[in-house]
Design a protein around this ligand. Structure first.
Ligand code: AVJ
Length: 323
């Protein structure tokens, strides 16, 4: 068997410059940020801690679903390769990997992530616990990573954790167009989506009493300062979130607690940030699974199975690419 590898696509020409991405959206109206800037090493660590919070039901609920239904998912998706987009440490995916090993005796796991520590941790786990699974990590954004997957290899693409919730409508359409094109005929997609539910449950999940979510969201400005040379001051902002029912999304903001200017010396730019003005750092959209199945039909993805929990808080949707 070949050595477990991690390939970096970081040097590819089509990788966008993160500093430029940040400047472009910060100069948009309203000011906003791409969610992937949240996941520097510190951000990834804070997100792992959020997943353990009592209020943050998503990870726990999805993990229980995967544990319960992994055998059915793998049986319904006869593949040799499992590609995970934005894998992190891929803890939840181990249920699928051990089923793949159990039902087929072999398989390839190709997690894609922008954060290296997560890839290293999942490599260690697979090496130690799943010797039947070959590991090929991709250190890349998933938009770049999916294009590097062999189209002839029967593959299950795994996009769980409701990461899909981070995409605004334009990014959503762009993402599924790209993913569907990268998928070979008969390939599968397992999508994890957080569902519309009582707003009190939703709002509590993004305003935890320990303040971890606030720290995670505001940490993005430390990363931005590092990437752009910008001069954000974390002592002059606070975290604010709410559920916007019309858009079915949690909106997470940084709010200026006093009027001040933010400068970017290396770009020769600055902007005024008035008191109480907001920067939209992240959205987390909530879904109706039936509507989602209908919509993905327009990307040549046919619904195969739907798994949900007793409270119907979270859905795992299995799709097959049209031949
Ligand atoms: C990783 C995008 C699924 O939206 O629930 C958690 C990110 N942000 N708390 C989510 C997040 C604040 C998370 N996703």
């Amino acid at each position: 068997m070949s050595e477990a590898s991690i390939w970096s696509l970081a040097q590819n020409g089509h990788r966008e410059d993160p500093a430029l991405s940040i400047m472009r959206t910060l100069w948009d109206q309203p000011r906003w940020l791409e969610a992937y800037h949240l996941y520097d090493d510190r951000g990834s660590e804070l997100f792992e801690q959020i997943c353990e919070l009592p209020e943050y039901y998503l990870t726990r609920t999805e993990n229980a679903l995967l544990e319960k239904d992994a055998a059915k998912i793998i049986a319904a998706a006869p593949v040799q390769c499992i590609v995970e987009l934005g894998a992190g440490s891929a803890k939840k995916t181990t249920h699928l990997l051990s089923e793949q090993a159990r039902q087929r005796g072999s398989g390839i796991f190709a997690p894609i992530d922008v954060s290296l520590p997560g890839l290293l941790a999942s490599r260690e786990y697979v090496r130690a616990q799943l010797p039947a699974i070959e590991f090929h990590g991709l250190h890349a954004r998933y938009e770049e990573g999916v294009c590097s997957i062999d189209r002839d290899l029967p593959t299950l693409f795994v996009f769980i954790g409701s990461t899909i919730g981070n995409f605004n409508p334009a990014a959503f359409v762009r993402f599924f167009s790209l993913l569907s094109q990268a998928m070979g005929p008969n390939d599968f997609l397992l999508l994890g989506a957080d569902r519309v539910k009582d707003r009190r449950v939703l709002e509590a999940a993004y305003a935890d009493s320990q303040g971890l979510t606030a720290e995670f969201i505001l940490n993005v400005f430390k990363n931005i300062n590092r990437l752009t040379g910008g001069k954000f001051d974390l002592s002059k902002m606070r975290y604010h979130s709410w559920y916007n029912p019309e858009w079915a999304q949690i909106e997470m903001y940084a709010v200026a607690t006093a009027a001040h200017d933010i400068s970017f010396p290396s770009f020769g730019r600055s902007f005024h940030w008035p008191k109480n003005a907001r920067i939209l750092v992240e959205i987390s959209r909530k879904f109706d699974p039936i509507r989602l199945q209908e919509q993905l039909g327009f990307f040549d993805l046919r619904p195969v199975k739907h798994f949900t929990d007793a409270k119907e808080w979270f859905s795992l949707l299995l799709f097959q690419k049209a031949a």
